[in-house]
Ligand binder design. Structure first.
Ligand SMILES: Cc1cc2nc3c(=O)[nH]c(=O)nc-3n(C[C@H](O)[C@H](O)[C@H](O)COP(=O)(O)O)c2cc1C
Ligand SMILES: Nc1ccn([C@@H]2O[C@H](COP(=O)(O)OP(=O)(O)O)[C@@H](O)[C@H]2O)c(=O)n1
Length: 261
């Protein structure tokens, strides 16, 4: 039974569609239940730096993130190679689907309890759109209500591409639900956002805001805070900022610190 079928419906625990960037639909049917499975289809043309995927999958490579790599391998219905541990914090095995496209099953290694919380990124200027979106009534009201923060207009943009731990911690975190900021409009360019409370440079409370924009730069992090971070941290483009991700319950904007008072 082929792992991925692009035609015919099989009875399966899991069935879904991914929009294949070439106009038709890829139907994937999973013969097994993988709790925590997420299917990410990377298009190398969109990567900031092309990934060296080897041939023939030099354009599309399917990565399936799973919660338990052993059970994923046991459940795969075609011959699968052994599991390897890679230096950037994951265990994986790779095979090729019937069309020859590389498919990687990957389980992120849960680093020690606190290590996954830390990441650092380099400050970059953006297009000046953060000011507009952070000041929209619906966004601001939810920042105040759900984060206890009335943010300074705008977002401080960071890129976490310079160290592997930060990159993998961010890619892990951004897949989690976070605190939702819901856009009441549903136009073609309207989207929601997810927030993650953080401590910035060990001393400033703020939050990561992740707009659910298609093709959003995978390694970009946007920070909001009650004050202008560039002044508070005395930092500018190219400087690095350390981030510690907090549990939502640890959100530092407790009643007495709320910035909307
Ligand atoms: C709270 C918030 C809501 C956003 N909502 C949308 C949206 O509905 N549609 C959209 O295209 N981009 C949205 N964005 C993303 C912005 O368009 C932009 O990609 C991002 O903030 C980076 O802008 P910058 O480069 O100017 O910093 C939102 C951003 C924030 C912070
Ligand atoms: N809490 C914040 C929010 C924005 N900013 C900065 O304020 C300016 C306006 O934010 P913006 O999101 O519109 O700008 P860009 O991130 O697009 O450059 C930028 O220089 C941000 O880096 C800040 O220093 N601290």
């Amino acid at each position: 039974m082929p792992l991925l079928s692009t035609s015919g419906a099989n009875s399966a625990l899991h069935k879904g569609h991914a929009h294949w960037p070439f106009g038709d639909w890829l139907e994937f049917v999973c013969q097994h239940h993988l709790d925590g499975m997420r299917l990410e289809i990377l298009d190398n043309r969109r990567e900031r730096r092309s990934l060296n995927l080897g041939s023939p999958a030099d354009r599309i490579h399917i990565v399936v993130e799973v919660a338990d790599i052993e059970s994923a391998r046991d459940a795969v219905s075609i011959e699968a190679p052994g599991i390897v541990t890679v230096s950037w914090g994951a265990r994986l095995f790779q095979l090729r689907d019937p069309d020859g496209v590389a498919v990687t099953y990957l389980e992120w290694l849960r680093p020690s309890s606190s290590q996954w919380r830390h990441m650092r990124g380099g400050i970059q200027s953006g297009h000046g759109r953060g000011q507009y979106f952070t000041q929209l009534d619906w966004a601001r009201a939810q920042f105040v209500e759900k984060l206890g923060m009335d943010p300074f207009p705008g977002t401080l943009n960071l890129m976490v591409e310079d160290d592997l731990d930060s990159t993998s911690n961010w890619l892990n975190l951004r897949g989690t639900p976070g605190i939702r900021i819901e856009n009441p409009h549903d136009g073609p360019r309207d989207c929601d956002a997810r927030c993650y409370p953080v401590l910035i440079d060990g001393r400033v409370s703020g939050a990561i805001v992740l707009p659910e924009v298609p093709q959003y730069p995978r390694l970009q992090i946007e920070l909001i805070a009650p004050a202008r971070l560039r002044d508070l941290l005395k930092k500018s483009d190219g400087d690095f900022v350390d981030i510690e991700v907090l549990d939502p319950s640890e959100n530092k904007f407790s009643k007495e610190e709320r910035t909307d008072a």
